[in-house]
Design a protein around this ligand. Structure first.
Ligand SMILES: *Cc1c(COP(=O)(O)O)cnc(C)c1O
Length: 347
């Protein structure tokens, strides 16, 4: 058979990469991926799905979906770009603007992974001791390296806190690049977020997703920004990036009050979890504005395995945060199972 040297064909920036692996670990209580424990009403889904004609392409512009999202976020459809999850929008942003791409660490891993896949330079600036942006160092790097894109996840994954808005504003004012405030967890936060500031800053982009509020299966995310930015990013978007099922269900869900009551439940359970975890010897939970709680234990690997043995799956952050695990807020029953298991294995 003919031999082909793939190493000579594959883009050099791709050669050294490894495929993203999200292993499925069987468990009774799944609290590892920051999903919502509440799914959208299956009867409503069945009705919406039945109306779809599978021989036709989806609406390439997701007009109804963008209209519903615009209403929820208080902006016009022109300010919104739809993505197959916000991961895809991160891809589009980097494809449209290129690097260097700057972000504080630890944070959401996709900013770095996608930068490298596209052959762009990524610059990781460590957070300060309080998990906030190290402003002095960040501004120094911004001036020197002139990043085209800066990603700020606020509330931040996996630390759970919001970054100080004064620091974010200082970066927006100093940088000549695009600042993306990734508000994946904003629905769970007590802070206002950056939507109200959109009209003051033409280089501000806000990213939202439906994945953490009960619709992860649909893969729907949004960029919210000045129409000028939306138009540029839209040039690299694939024509039918959000499928018809996702468009229909997400549009209905965005108009549904059920979404908001689920969010309120999760916030109150998060606060209960935090207080209960703080009372367990050897456990140090960090305050959270998101739908998960980061916590420090003496032996994270042993604790992770002991929890899994009791059927509870959490996220092991060994790679990014020494000594830490992350637990997603589940239903009240799931959280109670987790707390009981944690008490038994935190020795
Ligand atoms: C989960 C997460 C996302 C992913 O969103 P999708 O819409 O599911 O692609 C984006 N940003 C942060 C910070 C996240 O934690």
């Amino acid at each position: 058979m003919k031999k082909i040297d793939l190493g000579k064909l594959v883009r050099p920036s791709v050669c050294g990469l490894r495929a993203y692996s999200a292993k499925e670990i069987p468990c009774k209580v799944k609290l590892d991926a920051n999903e919502s424990p509440y799914a959208y009403d299956s009867r409503k889904i069945a009705k919406l799905a039945a109306a779809i004609r599978t021989n036709r392409y989806p609406d390439p512009e997701s007009r109804e979906l963008r209209k519903a999202a615009g209403k929820r976020f208080g902006v016009s459809s022109e300010n919104i770009l739809q993505g197959n999850g916000s991961d895809e929008l991160i891809y589009y942003l980097i494809a449209a603007f290129s690097g260097p791409v700057l972000f504080p660490v630890p944070t959401f891993s996709m900013y770095g992974i996608i930068s490298r896949a596209l052959g762009e330079t990524d610059i990781a600036v460590p957070l300060d001791g309080e998990f906030d942006i190290d402003l002095e160092r960040t501004l120094r790097v911004v001036k020197k390296e002139k990043p085209k894109l800066i990603f700020l996840s606020s509330p931040n994954n996996p630390t759970g806190n919001c970054f100080s808005s004064e620091r974010i504003l200082k970066i927006i004012e100093t940088s000549k690049g695009i600042i993306v405030v990734d508000e994946a967890y904003q629905p769970f936060s007590s802070e206002k977020g950056f939507l109200p500031l959109l009209k003051d800053y033409p280089n501000l982009v806000i990213m939202r997703t439906l994945s953490k509020i009960g619709l992860a299966a649909l893969r729907v995310g949004f960029l919210i920004a000045d129409p000028q930015i939306i138009r540029e990013v839209n040039k690299v978007r694939l024509p039918f990036n959000v499928n018809s099922f996702s468009q229909a269900i997400a549009t209905a869900a965005l108009k549904d009050r059920g979404l908001d009551s689920a969010i309120r439940n999760i916030v109150s359970e998060r606060n209960r979890l935090f207080l209960a975890m703080a009372k367990i010897d050897g456990i140090k939970p960090y305050p959270s504005e998101a739908n998960f709680v980061l916590f420090e234990v003496k032996d994270p690997v042993a604790t992770y395995n002991a929890l899994l043995k009791k059927g509870v799956l959490v996220r092991n952050l060994a790679d990014s945060m020494k000594g830490c695990l992350r637990v997603t807020v589940g239903t009240p029953e799931e959280n109670t199972v987790f707390l009981k298991a944690l008490k038994e294995c935190a020795i």
